[in-house]
Ligand binder design. Structure first.
Ligand SMILES: Cc1ncc(C[n+]2csc(CCOP(=O)(O)OP(=O)(O)O)c2C)c(N)n1
Length: 373
């Protein structure tokens, strides 16, 4: 890519691209790299770079992120609009012929069709590819001649692990003595049992699942938003508004809340007093390789207050956690709690069963039949 003059990289991380992203994060000072709030934002950022420099930027994403990117790809960069040359580097989860989590299968099967609908030619890569230099150069040449996007679609195993390099750590993280799973364990320990728990994408969902297993508790009170990253708080809002007498706990992540942060304003404006929004902030996209988010650069507590949450708390130490959770749960108003944690998950995290329709049925039954406050 750099041999072909690509020097600007923007996107949202994906686990299939994590070795590529590791190289981006520690090599070559002449590279500009921005980790974006969402994939649509990355397309727009790259477009601005092209307008100002005439150069070709690269936008990376998981194929699920195509959902966020489709609007600017059709309405901004498309040949029929401004014709912006872009390289899309896409991790292909749920590729036909592979076994993957349910949330990836439908998008995986349709990824080539979506790219075709966008008139974006795709070159597919995998771990066996011998002539990647040639394929990349060809794709870039075709993109420059047509002044539109091309996709480099990467199956699992496309990128080898970089040798003898360590991911740059986030030094602030070291000062937080809580893990995300310990925070989840402490939250579950203080719930009465009738709260609905709506849980974000990635390790958080697996950890809450594991913690319920450890406690031999039912999973029926949990809705795991396994796929639609960034949308968990609106799912929680929908439930809180429909069942005003039920306590609704939203367990969010920093990458997730930042992805669609405008939704905090919607929550603040509606301000249901039965919604408690917790952000487990580790400053990184832990579930896909630990790439930085803006989580430690912003003041979430103040953002929540300014968005209309009535109470906003922050917890940075294990010793303060129990009291912070208690204050949150006792609150009779729309409330927010940011919990700072270090990154990392245990090796043997269980995966929730793949039968999502059964889990949905059990959750709906719980909402229908369990007592309200
Ligand atoms: C639209 C979209 N883009 C990217 C992803 C890939 N992805 C899954 S989990 C995750 C990281 C989530 O980060 P955060 O919310 O901070 O939680 P953490 O993993 O740190 O616990 C990403 C980027 C996705 N599932 N959906």
């Amino acid at each position: 890519l750099t041999k072909n003059g690509i020097d600007f990289f923007a996107g949202v991380p994906d686990s299939l691209l994590k070795n590529f992203l590791a190289v981006l994060s520690f090599e070559n000072q002449s590279i500009k790299h921005h980790i974006c709030a969402n994939e649509g934002a990355a397309i727009a950022l790259a477009t601005g770079y092209h307008l100002a420099t005439g150069k070709t930027p690269l936008v990376y994403m998981q194929n699920s992120g195509l959902g966020n990117a489709v609007n600017p790809l059709f309405s901004l960069s498309h040949q029929a609009v401004y014709g912006i040359p872009l390289i899309l580097l896409i991790g292909w989860r749920g590729a036909p012929g592979t076994q993957d989590e349910p949330q990836h299968m439908a998008m995986g099967a349709k990824t080539l069709d979506i790219l075709a609908a966008l008139a974006i030619p795709a070159t597919v890569f995998d771990g066996t590819c011998q002539d990647s230099d040639l394929l990349v150069s060809r794709a870039i040449a075709s993109m420059r001649s047509s002044s539109s996007a091309v996709a480099l679609l990467c199956r699992e195993g496309t990128f080898a692990q970089p040798q003898n390099k360590k991911l740059p750590g986030n030094s602030t993280q070291l000062s937080y003595n809580l893990s995300r799973e310990e925070a989840i364990e402490a939250i579950l320990a203080q719930l009465s049992g009738e709260e609905a728990v709506i849980c974000t994408t990635g390790y958080t969902a697996r950890e809450i699942y594991g913690q319920r297993e450890n406690r031999k508790a039912t999973h029926a009170r949990d809705f795991l938003n396994a796929g639609a990253m960034g949308h968990v708080s609106q799912i929680a809002l929908g439930i809180a508004l429909a069942q005003p007498d039920r306590e609704v706990i939203c367990l969010d992540g920093d990458g997730s809340v930042i992805m669609h942060m405008g939704t905090l304003a919607t929550i603040g404006q509606a301000h249901p007093d039965n919604l408690k929004h917790i952000v487990l902030n580790n400053g990184v996209h832990d579930s896909v390789g630990g790439q930085l988010t803006a989580g430690f650069s912003i003041d979430m507590q103040q953002i929540a207050l300014a968005s209309g949450y009535r109470l906003s708390l922050k917890c940075e130490r294990k010793e303060e956690l129990s009291e912070a959770i208690q204050l949150l749960l006792q609150s009779k108003q729309l409330s927010f709690l940011e919990i700072r944690t270090h990154a990392g998950a245990r090796e043997n995290l269980p995966r929730p069963p793949k039968d999502f329709s059964t889990s949905k049925g059990q959750f709906m039954e719980f909402l229908k039949t369990s007592p309200l406050r």
